[in-house]
Design a protein around this ligand. Structure first.
Ligand SMILES: [Zn+2]
Length: 503
């Protein structure tokens, strides 16, 4: 028997509003001392009344647009009733039958074997606004627990997908794309490690070729991208083994992911929706959102998918470089400004766009290589983030132009780049001050080439006996002797010319 995996996700995204969902307490994000961002509303005290945070509703509507879904024009809040120590009111204000978002789909590119990628579309079932519960902290002695109500009442949007993912890798790729979308739209920092983005996964298996959805297991407590794949892998293996043993999963269950032990542990059999006895929240008015929905449509920034496509069509970046850039908004902005500067430079020089069209791909390759490899290397080494980098995109573009014009060699351009990262200075000034420009004096360079050959008799002998890589060695020596000031091409020509004289 061969099985197919069916995965759907429920993702809680913490919205980065200034204040909480239904009161004016600070949405502190875990930075404040415990129980300092609280008030009668979020502590559920008698007589207190909730007020809807307008910004959270706006964020909800933006999520609808960003996911390609619909904003529900008449939406409302409901009470979801259950008891737990982290829920002082005895109910959570959530949305039941009229969630703020319905429908939508996210295109996801999933890495597959051989360095290739495959595109899938994950449909969105719905997304609703709700308040977060407080945070329970269990003491190490195992005898006591503490409650921090700072998190209680924090605005969340819960996004529910259709069961459209067929592997842990697809689920992970979807989550990563969702994180990027949330960041791009600016509704959340979506940092999984900080709990801004929390994922529950519904997993079931079925015999290949069938379309029935078997009872699913809900896996909770998945707190990192790494554990998404691990938890799902474990759960699929567990269910497959049960099915092969003739004891398939027949009831809905909830299991928690134990990251330390690398297993899922049964928590409870799942309540039906009816168990929560949802009913409309009497203290809050319904949401009439048509005007808001329409006014927000034009405020949605360019989404990652569109930006990746544009990076390829407009600048000539490769698919994979576009992906790397767009994964980090600030890095993408930097690359975009570098390319714009280069385009201006080329166009100014050639009086028209024709030249740019001809050289665009060359510059795209040059820029991508220098940003993603060299600049990233320098930033990693110095623990600098692109957001605090001293190098201005126009200066970076100037350095690339200098390279392109062969005014500086690659090795020396790298030295200049290091200095730019240090001081933020202009590349042409650094080149002049440190005497790092290309040496054009070929007469002088020819003398150096001859001298190098004389000083390396073994290499000369090798070359005479037909070992061509001896010449390459001499070119390397020449580059070293001129401290990177000779163009490799010039060095090679001069070495070869001098060698021929000594044949
Ligand atoms: Zn409060």
């Amino acid at each position: 028997m061969k099985f197919e995996t069916v995965i759907g996700l429920e993702i809680h995204v913490q919205l980065k509003t200034k204040t909480k969902m239904f009161c004016r307490c600070l949405n502190a994000g875990g930075n404040e001392p415990p129980n300092t961002c609280v008030c009668p509303v979020c502590l559920g005290q008698p007589g207190s009344l909730p007020v809807i945070n307008e910004k959270a509703v706006e964020f909800g509507a933006m999520v609808a647009h960003a996911l390609g879904g619909k904003v529900t024009w008449e939406s409302k809040f409901d009470r979801k009733q259950y008891f737990y120590p982290d829920l002082p009111k005895g109910y959570q204000i959530s949305q039941f039958d009229l969630p703020i978002v319905t429908g939508g789909a996210v295109k996801v590119s999933v890495p597959v074997e051989g360095g290739k990628r495959r595109e899938i579309s994950v449909r969105i079932h719905r997304a609703h606004l709700e308040e977060d519960a407080a945070k329970l902290i269990h003491a190490d002695d195992g005898n006591s627990s503490f409650v921090d109500f700072n998190r209680g009442g924090t605005p969340l949007i819960e996004i529910v997908t259709e069961p459209d993912m067929r592997s842990p890798a697809e689920a992970k790729a979807f989550l990563q794309e969702l994180r990027l979308i949330m960041r791009t739209v600016g509704v959340s920092d979506a940092d999984m490690e900080k709990g801004h983005l929390r994922c529950d996964a519904n997993v079931s298996i079925r015999e290949e070729g069938t379309t029935i959805l078997n009872p699913k297991t809900e896996v909770k407590n998945i707190n990192s991208f790494r554990s998404v794949e691990r938890a799902l892998d474990f759960e699929i293996k567990r269910q497959t083994k049960l099915a092969l043993d003739g004891k398939p999963v027949v009831i809905l269950t909830t299991r928690g992911w134990d990251d330390v032990r690398g297993i899922t542990v049964e928590q409870r059999t799942k309540e039906d929706a009816a168990d929560y006895r949802y009913f409309p929240e009497p203290d809050l008015p319904p949401l009439m959102l048509q005007n808001l929905a329409e006014s927000l449509r034009s405020k949605i920034p360019e989404l990652p998918e569109a930006r990746r496509n544009r990076f390829q069509s407009e600048y000539g970046f490769s698919e994979s470089d576009s992906r790397t850039f767009v994964d980090d908004e600030a890095l993408a902005d930097f690359a975009e400004r570098v390319m714009t500067e280069l385009q201006e430079w080329v166009s100014a020089k050639s009086e028209g766009g024709a030249h740019w069209n001809a050289s665009r791909d060359t510059f795209a390759k040059l820029a991508a290589g220098w940003i993603l490899t060299k600049l990233n290397g320098i930033m990693t080494e110095r623990k600098i983030d692109i957001r605090i980098l001293k190098i201005k995109p126009e200066d970076f573009a100037e350095l690339l132009a200098m390279l392109h014009k062969k005014e500086v060699t690659g090795p020396n351009a790298y030295l200049i780049l290091e200095e730019m990262a240090e001081t933020g200075a202009d590349p042409s000034i650094i080149m002049e001050e440190k005497n790092l420009g290309v040496d054009e004096n070929t007469d002088e360079l020819a003398l150096i080439a001859a001298e190098i050959i004389v000083n390396n008799p073994k290499a000369l002998e090798d070359w005479r006996s037909g070992k061509t890589n001896a010449a390459q060695f001499l070119v390397g020596q020449m580059m070293k002797a001129t401290r990177g000031k000779a163009q490799p091409e010039t060095a090679r020509q001069l070495i070869e010319a001098e060698l021929k004289k000594m044949r």
